[in-house]
Write a protein that binds this ligand. Structure first.
Ligand code: HEC
Length: 115
């Protein structure tokens, strides 16, 4: 009985650690997006010049290539999925490397609309 309780407590601790680690990296992504000016055209929950990030997450929710598609859009720019205004490319001037763009893509895909 005592053994079982230990396992349960250990499991709860492990989950806590995972949640904290993810929260830290989500706030890092938010800071990176802020520093790159993403929020001058995007918001998490509503449309600005570009689509709301939660709308992007919903649109690609069932697309197995979503992270790669969004990484490419961030690095090379994109036009036509959400309207006529283009998304600027972030690779050419060295603003973002592919690793950062993939992290941003995964972060955007993890965002859930507010109920
Ligand atoms: C000058 C305005 C502008 C800025 C700055 C901007 N975006 Fe965009 N973004 C757009 C527009 C407009 C679209 C819609 C493009 C389309 O219709 O294909 C878009 C689309 C996107 C998409 C969806 C792409 C797709 O294929 O559906 C993602 C993801 C995205 N932006 C992320 C970012 C990130 C991350 C940054 C900062 C590094 C950023 N954007 C900065 C205007 C902007």
């Amino acid at each position: 009985m005592i053994g079982l309780r230990r396992i349960v407590i250990g499991g709860a601790l492990a989950w806590g650690a995972v949640a904290v680690a993810w929260a830290a990296s989500a706030s890092d992504m938010q800071k990176l997006a802020e520093s790159q000016g993403c929020f001058s055209c995007h918001a998490i929950n509503h449309k600005k010049v570009g689509p709301a990030y939660t709308a992007v997450a919903q649109r690609y929710a069932h697309n197995p290539n979503a992270a790669a598609i969004l990484q490419d859009a961030i690095l090379n720019g994109h036009q036509g999925t959400w309207g006529v205004i283009p998304m600027p490319a972030y690779a050419p001037d060295g603003y973002l490397n592919p690793h950062q763009a993939l992290d941003l893509a995964k972060w955007i895909l993890s965002l859930k609309p507010k109920p």
